[in-house]
Design a protein around this ligand. Structure first.
Ligand SMILES: Cc1ncc(COP(=O)(O)O)c(C=O)c1O
Length: 452
């Protein structure tokens, strides 16, 4: 029996994997990973996989990164963890200072949690509690966009709009008002992306006219709705939305959990719209993909609404045991060092032309639609080209996606399609050969997946 097989047997005997119908592992078992190095993951039989999904969009500078490793090792001998209520430590203070400096102007206070969905819960509760502290207790609802995704906890599902995640739990959830998405792919024939932006803003205005008085905040994923299939919109939407939030007195929550830290071409996506949200959620790439951590930044105005002598219920009593963990904060500090020292944003920008050159042959395939790129996110949709169903997803699209996934794995690339969307969200350290390999394997995987 191979080393892999014995790990798979042990895994399947005890583990319940996330976001998985476990029965599918009967035909497609999980891949046991023994180690990672740079952009590569290695299994126990010595096979390797190019991690172009950055291990669920978290890994920015490769596995076993020497800079992050060194910082973590030093921190391990200093302090592994301490309660953050009533206590503090050097990595959390330093990280807070640097995040305030790096994020859009006006975000001056940092609250920590320990994963993306918890960060979203913090943001929602903070906004609701702010209005309540101001005597505006009638503001109890949220607005989210069509196709939004903000995580899997109950509050986060309430502002989610992807049925496979939300429908089952509907009886448990307080649903958000849903506004039209500015997704450029929704352009009707003859419409430009600017038209879609305008239409979405008009839809949002109409909704706010009805519900602003009972609404705490609008929550969005700026520039790219990732989990919905890397749906991209224009920066102008952010600018328009900021103005609407000010006009109608609702907060703007920017969930940059997936798009923050350089994914969209700027350190934070909000920069491209020239806006400062009232609350900014960060996680995933914040620790370079090493440890769970989330940071929720907000304004002095929101902070001050909680700052008083009594009653205690005015204070923000939210907490998690591992909030602001020193090891996670150290990994985040090392990640920020790499951004600075290696001029990462500029270097990624320079790679843009090369990425577009590599994706050009994919755009020519009759089974690829909506090839799109925003910074270091590339996505394309697998579509049928047969008469009668031309331009639509294949019937039984999951089978095609599985074929593409398996083909790529057999050729050393970890592609993990989202519905009928194939995407790249690679670490920022891939070299030219790895980029070329990724493009070649994707092209062949698509050709293979569409064969009957
Ligand atoms: C935009 C966005 N918000 C929130 C989350 C939830 O983060 P986590 O999986 O760490 O709970 C995700 C996860 O993919 C996300 O993409």
């Amino acid at each position: 029996m191979s080393s892999n097989q014995s790990w798979i047997d042990r895994d399947l005997a005890v583990l319940w994997h996330p976001c998985t119908q476990m029965k599918e592992h009967e035909t497609l078992p999980p891949i046991p990973v023994s180690r990672g190095e740079g952009s590569w993951l290695y299994d126990f039989d010595g096979r390797r996989y190019l991690d172009v999904i950055s291990s669920w969009w978290v890994n920015l500078f490769g596995h076993a990164n020497p800079v992050i490793n060194a910082r973590l090792k030093a921190q391990l001998d200093q302090l592994e963890h301490v309660i953050l209520a009533g206590f503090s430590h050097q990595p959390v203070v330093e990280l807070s200072e640097r995040l305030v400096q790096l994020t859009p102007p006006g975000l001056e206070r940092v609250f920590f949690a320990d994963n993306g969905a918890s960060g979203v819960e913090v943001a929602l509760k903070m906004s609701f509690h702010y209005w309540r502290n101001l005597g505006r207790g009638e503001k109890t609802r949220f607005i989210a966009l069509e196709n939004s995704y903000h995580g899997e906890t109950m509050g986060a599902l309430g502002v989610g709009n992807i049925p496979i995640f939300t429908e089952t739990y509907a009886p448990l959830i307080q649903p958000a008002f849903i506004a039209p998405s500015p997704d450029c792919q929704q352009a009707a024939s003859g419409e430009s992306c600017a038209d879609v932006t305008e239409r979405a803003l008009a839809g949002m205005r109409a909704l706010l006219e009805r519900v602003a008085s009972s609404t705490c905040a609008i929550i969005i994923e700026p520039l790219v709705q990732c989990a919905a299939g890397m749906r991209m919109h224009e920066p102008a939407y952010l600018e328009g939305l900021r103005a609407l939030c000010d006009e109608f007195e609702v907060h703007l929550i920017a969930d940059e959990i997936a798009v923050g830290f350089g994914r969209t071409g700027t350190l934070f996506a909000c920069e491209q719209g020239g806006i400062t949200p009232d609350i900014l959620c960060l996680s995933k790439g914040i620790t370079g993909g090493y440890l769970p951590l989330s940071a929720v930044l907000t304004t002095e105005d929101i902070y001050q609404a909680f700052y008083c002598e009594a009653p205690v219920s005015r204070a923000f009593l939210h907490s998690h045991s591992y909030t602001g963990n020193p090891l996670a904060c150290s990994a985040a500090l090392a990640t920020l060092d790499i951004f600075e020292q290696d001029n990462v944003i500029e270097r990624n920008r320079e790679r843009g032309a090369m990425i577009d050159r590599l994706t050009a042959p994919l755009a020519e395939l009759p089974n690829i639609a909506h090839l799109r790129r925003c910074g270091m996110i590339v996505a394309m949709d697998l579509v049928d080209d047969r008469p009668g169903n031309q331009g639509n997803p294949f019937p039984r699209a999951e089978r095609r996606n599985q074929k593409a996934y398996r083909y790529a794995l057999d050729h050393e690339v970890l592609l993990r399609p989202l519905g009928n969307t194939i995407y790249w969200m690679p670490p920022y350290i891939m070299d030219d050969d790895q980029w070329q390999m990724l493009a070649d394997v994707t092209l062949d995987a698509v050709r293979f997946a569409v064969q009957d």
